[in-house]
Write a protein that binds this ligand. Structure first.
Ligand code: NDP
Length: 282
């Protein structure tokens, strides 16, 4: 086992009082179960303790195997998976949860998220009732959503008994999501940033490189540090153990006000993955 990164990762507390690390490890597009198991094993070796997968990623079995067989105890690892768009009916959502848990080979989940709101189906409130039941039965420690804009959250909250603990959304310097962040802050919903590195598409830009040079860090580390200092929870993905290590090695320096301001003005409202209201996502 390789040495874990020091200093330790800070924790966040969710609206149901459970704690989790402020950075996690994403696994989208690590499709093969063996590759996913290798990537998650190495991430755990390095010091990641939050692992993000989804039914649709096709790697739950590999992710679960790495979690089960790693020497880090199960209760020190925070495992998230997600309900896919074809299972928003109440019974279908309960079945999908069981199927995910079986593939992962785990007895409980730490976080279960509705993957997309799919407004054209208009069934996410039903799906949410199923997640509430799973939470009440203590089969999952916290429940939340992904890709919910304020108007989806407003609609969900009209019938919800439990306020989502997390909203996982695309968020990075080029898509800063101020409206959703403000809404979530008002309701105590933690924002988790997916594609936090802009899927590596803009890391070579001079504006980030200048800040990186100032701190002796890389543009990826500067970007992740910006998430952390904004109270966000980034979940960078890397299939490469050197880059996994680089992405976790961000707790020994801080961006100053000028650096934060320079990144804050990079917002272009640029969506890379997809607009949750687009028919492509439902
Ligand atoms: P990221 O922003 O994490 O970028 C991943 C890409 O950046 C990969 O190509 C990776 O390549 C590269 N990369 C990683 N670290 C570095 C580095 N230090 N320097 C240069 N390049 C780097 O994008 P993702 O879209 O993967 O988002 C992260 C996670 O968020 C996903 O894996 C998934 O778990 C979750 N997600 C959730 C969604 C949702 O709808 N809820 C949608 C999309 C993502 P390499 O692997 O070769 O290092």
């Amino acid at each position: 086992m390789t040495t874990a990164i020091q200093p330790a990762v800070p924790s966040l507390t969710l609206n149901n009082d459970i704690t989790l690390p402020q950075i996690g490890f994403g696994t989208w597009q690590i499709k093969d179960d063996d590759d996913a198991a290798d990537a998650v094993r190495s991430a755990l070796d390095i010091g990641y303790r939050l692992i993000d997968t989804a039914m649709i990623y096709g790697n739950e079995a590999g992710v679960g195997a790495a979690v089960r067989y790693h020497e880090v105890p199960r209760d020190e690892i925070f495992v998230t998976t997600k309900l896919w768009n074809d299972s928003h009916d109440y019974d279908a959502a309960l079945k999908a949860f069981d199927a995910s848990l079986n593939r992962l080979g785990l007895e409980y989940l730490d976080m279960y998220l509705i993957h997309w709101p799919v407004p054209s189906q208009d069934k996410f409130r039903q799906a949410w009732r199923a997640l509430e039941r799973l939470y009440e039965e203590k089969r999952v420690r916290a429940i939340g959503v992904c890709n919910f804009k304020p108007h989806h959250l407003e609609s969900l909250l009209q019938t919800a008994n439990i306020v989502p603990a997390i909203n996982q959304i695309e968020l990075h310097p080029h898509l800063q999501q101020h409206a959703t962040r403000e809404f979530c802050a008002k309701y105590g919903i933690q924002v988790e940033s997916y594609s936090p590195l802009m899927r590596a598409s803009r890391l070579l830009a001079a504006d980030l490189q200048n800040i990186a040079d100032k701190h002796g860090k890389t543009p990826a580390q500067i970007t992740l540090r910006w998430h952390i200092q904004n109270g966000l929870l980034p979940i960078p993905k890397s299939a490469n153990d050197g880059r996994q290590r680089e992405n976790l090695n961000i707790f020994d320096f801080a961006l100053d006000d000028d650096d934060m301001a320079a990144i804050n003005v990079m917002d272009q409202e640029r969506i890379i993955v997809g607009d949750p209201d687009s028919p492509d996502f439902g």
